[in-house]
Each structure stands twice: as structure tokens, then as C-alpha cells.
Design a protein around this ligand. Structure first.
Ligand SMILES: *[C@@H]1O[C@H](CO)[C@@H](O)[C@H](O)[C@H]1NC(C)=O
Ligand SMILES: *[C@@H]1O[C@H](CO)[C@@H](O)[C@H](O)[C@H]1NC(C)=O
Ligand SMILES: *[C@@H]1O[C@H](CO)[C@@H](O)[C@H](O)[C@H]1NC(C)=O
Ligand SMILES: *[C@@H]1O[C@H](CO)[C@@H](O)[C@H](O)[C@H]1NC(C)=O
Ligand SMILES: *[C@@H]1O[C@H](CO)[C@@H](O)[C@H](O)[C@H]1NC(C)=O
Ligand SMILES: *[C@@H]1O[C@H](CO)[C@@H](O)[C@H](O)[C@H]1NC(C)=O
Ligand SMILES: *[C@@H]1O[C@H](CO)[C@@H](O)[C@H](O)[C@H]1NC(C)=O
Ligand SMILES: *[C@@H]1O[C@H](CO)[C@@H](O)[C@H](O)[C@H]1NC(C)=O
Length: 533
């Protein structure tokens, strides 16, 4: 509260109210930019972090452009007037560049496609461990950066049922006693998961996230349920434990619910192909499934067991790489036609999308138009040929995300869940050293700073401005100078993404069938979200 409150007693009440409003709604604050060898990050500490309040246009004449660029813009906002004859220019961070290219984006809000379920990140054991080490102020800035409206407005979250590779060790419930089909020792949650639940409940409180939807997946059952009796390697679920493994999922949901966190969805299991073709870099806990045997498990065990107890918890199928996606459901259907009926959602991992084209997702979408399609995992640095550790400030990694989000949204996806929201400087902790990059990196040496990566802002250009319930509308570009996707938001306004991966500035004309023309120019290597009514 300001000093003014001390000397005019009559105004005390007003000061308290004003002070309260200031606390409950985070004001916009610019990025504390820092340059590393490979580019810029935004630095947050316990007392400072960058935010952007809802920049919606005031009326039908106004439009707002929010921009981030390789040169250092992070959610820079510029506004202009619809039908203005001059180009509204987004000034790049400390740079001016000639606008030598142009493009028109034709938007027609009457031509509508998929609805948006939302966007999110993952809360693994490693994320929980890192957050727990950071001072409360910094923890809260991470929660708000990702899940508050003034952050990037995530509403989806993925977590693991038991352990995953981003954890301190391989673990599952009821490891002992072995061969215990009744799961007699799975009566309470592990202390590490209870801690995670407390953190997520606190996240809900400080971010005011509406309708947080938690999606969970198991990586592996306790080894005794598996044919190889190990955490990793080629394995199957032993048939005598098909029902036990279904019960295990329901038990886990019950225990989370008891702690006050309802579960929105589960998947049929993380990356089943890791335990089948033994992907050479998958050294972590996994359970192998072929679609044929998984169809039997879903049709006779998981599906009926879940419907019996939790008829509204969504089951997502596949949860694996794009190249498995199209044939997986076909083969499930061939063995048990009803198995795919239990799946209200289809989820896929992003990792091989630069090699495998969208035809794999199009086939599944065409066959099952009514199911929710989500990406449920993505990160960079997983491949043997990539620099595994986080690269601070790397804009090109942000661009990879921009291309990926654009492609899947253009192909009717309903949303995207990224992997760990925060990792340490090595891209861990990870119990098998499967280190990768993340949208935010914590300084675990000093525990005093967190670095928000270009990937964070790129995701935000979608998640912050395309809330749940938005609907994709037609947006066609006249050339390849920018890539685009557009949405009608629940409040009726539009959000148009214009991604410029080129090294020249571009004059963009949005020609909207209902609103008129919006002329603006964007910087080189930038991603821009244009908002108008
Ligand atoms: C936190 O960051 C802000 C903005 O960059 C800076 O002014 C402040 O000195 C930092 N605080 C500490 C303790 O480093
Ligand atoms: C927007 O720019 C285009 C291309 O330069 C131009 O043809 C058009 O007249 C401009 N629109 C308005 C409203 O000035
Ligand atoms: C950008 O410009 C501002 C003032 O215009 C200056 O203070 C700042 O140092 C510049 N930053 C870089 C990275 O050049
Ligand atoms: C972009 O717009 C600016 C300002 O109107 C103009 O000077 C420039 O020639 C335009 N460039 C192209 C390629 O249209
Ligand atoms: C999108 O949501 C609207 C309103 O809830 C609904 O009527 C419509 O069927 C949905 N469309 C799709 C493609 O799911
Ligand atoms: C139950 O599990 C705990 C570990 O979570 C273990 O210490 C204990 O021995 C198990 N009980 C039995 C009867 O195996
Ligand atoms: C973490 O903070 C320490 C102390 O300020 C600094 O030396 C180190 O470079 C920081 N790490 C990163 C990745 O910036
Ligand atoms: C812009 O111009 C078009 C065509 O003249 C018109 O239909 C539209 O209403 C105008 N939009 C605004 C916001 O004035």
C-alpha cells in the first residue's frame, strides 16, 4: 500500500480496496531481458517476473498486436486502427529493418473448424522437486507465468501415475508385496505425490486458473505385473494382471480425488512402443503394448472399470509417436470394435513430427472426427543428434515450436500439452540422464532466478490468446512469407497468429470478410498475435 494511506484517515478504506485490487490482479510488467550466447531469456526472481494483462481491443475500430522476436521483443504490444491507410509498425527490440516482403491473410469467421480444449505443461516428479527447492516468491512466479491469465493462461496439465523418467528413481505403487492382484498395499499416495498435489492446489490458488484439467498417464506398473519383471526393456503386461492394472488406475484417481484434485483424463499408458521395439534411447520405465493386446485390455478391463466408477473421466488412446498414430486405432478396432468407443480422446507425442508428415494424424482425424485430439508431450533435446542440455535463449527452438503448433492446429487439433514446465540447467533431474530443454530453466546453483525461454513465449502466443472454447476459423495466406492460424474466441473477438520465420520484415494485410482491412508490419524472425473484434 502507498504512503498516502498513512495521512488521510478518511481515505483508508479506499486505499485498502485499491491495495487489494493491486494484489489480486497482477499488473503488466516487462520482461527483464538478459542475453546469453545463443539469445535472449526473460529473468524472473523472487520479487520480479514479467506479465501481460489481457490486451483485448476496446472496440470494433481498434486492433492490438502482441509480438515476440529473435531480436528480443517479448509480448511487446502495439495497437492500431482497422481500415487505417498507413501500416501500423511493430518496432523490433532496438532494431529497424526494411520491410521488403508482403502477404495478405484472408480471414472468414463464418468458416469454422475445431474447438479448442486448451494448452498446458507437465508437472512431473522433477518439476515438483525443483519447485520445492525454490523460494516461495519464485515458485509462485512460475505458477503464475504458466497458469495465470496475465501469464500464458495454460488450463491443461499432465502428470504421471507413479514414476516417469523425470523423477529421482523408477517407482510404482504396490511394488511390494509382489503378485498381489488385490493391490492390498496401494492404500495411500506416495509422499512425493502428496507434495505434488499440495503444490498444484497452491498453483490453483495463486493463478485463479479456471477449470484446470489434469491428464495422467502411467509409465510402468510394478515389475511383477510385467513379463520381463523389469522397469524397462521389452515387456508386456501379464494377462493375469489385466484387471489389476485397470484397478490400479481407478485407485490412483480415487486417492487424488480424496486429496482434493479431481482428474480430468487418463491415457492408456505412456509410449507403449518403447516396450516393444525398444527405442534405443528409451532407457526409462515403460510398458510395451501392441494395439491388438491393448484393445483387449481397454475393451474388457480398463474401459468397463473406468465407466463403472468414473464415467466422465476421459480416456485418451495412443499417447505415443506420430508414426504409430494412424494404424494404432485401426488395429485396435480390428480386434475389439468397442475398444475405441471407450476412448474419447486421442493423444500423440510431437518428437518425430519433423520426419513424419501430418498425414498420420489426418487419417485418424478423418476416421474419428468427434474425439478430442491433443499433443500430450513435446520438448527439444531428446534426440541423440541434438544438443541435449537446455540452450538458453535459442530462438530457433522457439521456431520449431511455432511450426509444430501451427501445423497441428491447422490439422484440427484441439490443444497441446508440453512436457516439464521447469527444469534445471542440465535439463533434469532425470534418473536415466535423459536431459532435455524446457520453457523455463531454474538456476539451481543459486535458487534465485528462473529463465523463461523463447519456447515459453512462442507457446504463449497461442495459449494466452486462444482460450478454451475458441473455435478455429478460416485464415488463408497468399504466399509463404508468414504462416497463420486464426480463432474466434468465446467473447466473439478474433486472434490471428502471424509467424514470420524469415530474415526480412513483412507487411501484412489481414483482410477480414466482416471487419475490413488491418495493415501492419512485423519484424524479421517474429511471432505475432493480432486481436480484433
Ligand atoms: C529481481 O529482478 C529485478 C528486475 O530485473 C531487479 O530489479 C532486482 O534487483 C532483482 N532482485 C534481486 C534480489 O536480484
Ligand atoms: C492495406 O495495404 C494494402 C497493400 O499495401 C493496400 O492495398 C490497402 O489499400 C491497405 N488497406 C487500407 C485500408 O489502407
Ligand atoms: C536497447 O535500447 C535501450 C534504450 O533504447 C537501451 O537502454 C538498451 O541497452 C538497449 N539494449 C540492447 C540489448 O541493445
Ligand atoms: C511496406 O509498407 C511500407 C510503409 O507503407 C512501405 O514503405 C514499403 O514499401 C512496403 N513494403 C512492401 C514490400 O510492400
Ligand atoms: C464446438 O463447440 C460448440 C459450442 O459448444 C458446439 O456446438 C460445436 O459442436 C463444437 N464443434 C466441434 C467441431 O466440436
Ligand atoms: C508396502 O509398501 C511399502 C513401500 O511403499 C513397503 O515398505 C512395505 O513393505 C509394503 N508392505 C508389504 C506388506 O509388502
Ligand atoms: C546462476 O547464478 C549464478 C550466480 O549469479 C551465475 O554465476 C550462473 O551463471 C547462473 N546460471 C545461469 C545458467 O545463468
Ligand atoms: C472497414 O471497411 C470495410 C469496407 O469498406 C467496412 O465494411 C467495415 O465496416 C470497415 N470496418 C470498420 C471497423 O470501420
Amino acid at each position: 500500500m502507498g504512503e498516502g494511506c498513512n495521512y488521510i484517515e478518511k481515505l483508508l478504506a479506499i486505499c485498502i480496496i485499491v491495495g487489494f485490487i493491486a494484489i489480486s490482479s497482477q499488473a503488466s510488467a516487462p520482461c527483464a531481458l538478459r542475453e546469453y550466447k545463443n539469445g535472449f531469456v526473460c529473468v524472473c526472481n523472487a520479487t520480479y517476473c514479467d506479465y501481460l494483462d489481457d490486451p483485448s481491443p476496446e472496440n470494433e475500430e481498434e486492433f492490438v498486436i502482441v509480438s515476440s522476436s529473435k531480436a528480443g521483443l517479448r509480448f511487446g504490444t502495439t495497437s492500431g486502427k482497422v481500415n487505417d491507410t498507413s501500416f501500423t509498425t511493430v518496432l523490433d527490440y532496438n532494431k529497424t529493418t526494411a520491410r521488403t516482403r508482403k502477404v495478405t491473410i484472408n480471414v472468414d469467421r463464418e468458416k469454422q473448424y475445431q474447438n479448442i480444449t486448451g494448452f498446458g505443461g507437465s508437472f512431473t516428479g522433477s518439476v515438483s522437486y525443483i519447485l520445492d527447492k525454490l523460494p516461495q516468491g519464485l515458485q509462485d512466479h512460475i505458477y503464475k507465468s504458466f497458469y495465470a491469465q496475465e501469464g500464458i493462461g495454460f488450463n491443461l496439465m499432465r502428470t504421471s501415475i507413479g514414476g516417469c523418467d523425470f523423477d529421482s528413481k523408477a517407482w510404482a505403487y504396490n511394488e511390494e508385496p509382489e503378485n498381489d492382484a488385490a493391490l492390498s498395499n496401494f492404500t495411500d499416495l506416495d509422499p512425493s505425490e502428496k507434495k505434488r498435489i499440495e503444490q498444484i492446489k497452491h498453483l490453483k490458488e495463486v493463478t485463479n486458473v479456471e477449470n484446470l484439467r489434469i491428464k495422467a498417464a502411467a509409465w510402468s506398473p510394478p515389475p511383477w505385473m510385467k513379463t520381463n519383471n523389469k522397469w524397462t526393456g521389452v515387456s508386456r503386461l501379464k494377462e493375469e494382471y489385466y484387471q489389476t492394472w485397470a484397478d490400479y488406475h481407478v485407485r490412483w484417481i480415487e486417492l487424488w480425488e480424496k486429496q482434493g484434485l479431481p482428474i480430468w483424463a487418463i491415457s492408456t499408458g505412456n509410449e507403449p512402443s518403447n516396450g516393444v521395439i525398444f527405442m534405443f534411447f528409451a532407457k526409462f520405465m515403460s510398458l510395451g503394448w501392441l494395439p491388438e493386446s491393448q484393445a483387449i485390455w481397454v475393451s474388457e478391463h480398463l474401459g468397463p472399470t473406468m465407466r463403472n466408477k468414473y464415467k466422465d473421466v476421459i480416456i485418451f488412446g495412443n499417447d505415443d509417436q506420430r508414426f504409430t498414430f494412424a494404424f494404432w486405432f485401426k488395429m485396435m478396432k480390428a480386434v475389439r470394435a468397442d475398444s475405441v468407443d471407450y476412448l474419447s480422446g486421442l493423444s500423440v507425442h510431437w518428437y518425430w513430427d519433423e520426419i513424419f508428415k501430418p498425414v498420420f494424424i489426418d487419417i485418424a482425424r478423418k476416421e474419428m472426427p468427434d474425439k478430442i485430439m491433443l499433443v500430450s508431450e513435446s520438448c527439444i533435446g531428446d534426440k541423440p543428434w541434438q544438443k541435449a542440455a537446455p540452450v538458453l535463449g535459442d530462438w530457433s527452438r522457439g521456431e520449431k515450436f511455432a511450426r509444430a503448433f501451427l501445423q497441428d492446429l491447422q490439422h484440427d487439433f484441439n490443444g497441446w500439452i508440453d512436457w516439464n514446465i521447469v527444469l534445471d540447467e542440465q535439463g533434469g533431474p532425470n534418473y536415466v540422464e535423459n536431459f532435455v530443454d524446457a520453457p523455463s530453466i531454474a538456476n539451481m546453483t543459486t535458487l534465485s532466478e528462473v529463465y523463461k525461454q523463447p519456447m515459453f513465449y512462442v507457446m504463449g502466443h497461442f495459449s494466452k490468446f486462444i482460450p478454451e472454447g475458441s473455435r478455429r476459423v478460416l485464415s488463408e495466406r497468399t504466399n509463404v512469407n508468414v504462416d497463420t492460424v486464426a480463432f474466434a474466441r468465446p467473447d466473439g473477438s478474433l486472434a490471428v497468429i502471424a509467424f514470420n520465420s524469415g530474415s526480412a520484415g513483412v507487411n501484412v494485410t489481414i483482410s477480414d470478410t466482416k471487419r475490413g482491412q488491418i495493415n501492419f508490419s512485423v519484424p524479421p524472425k517474429s511471432i505475432n498475435t493480432v486481436l480484433y473484434n
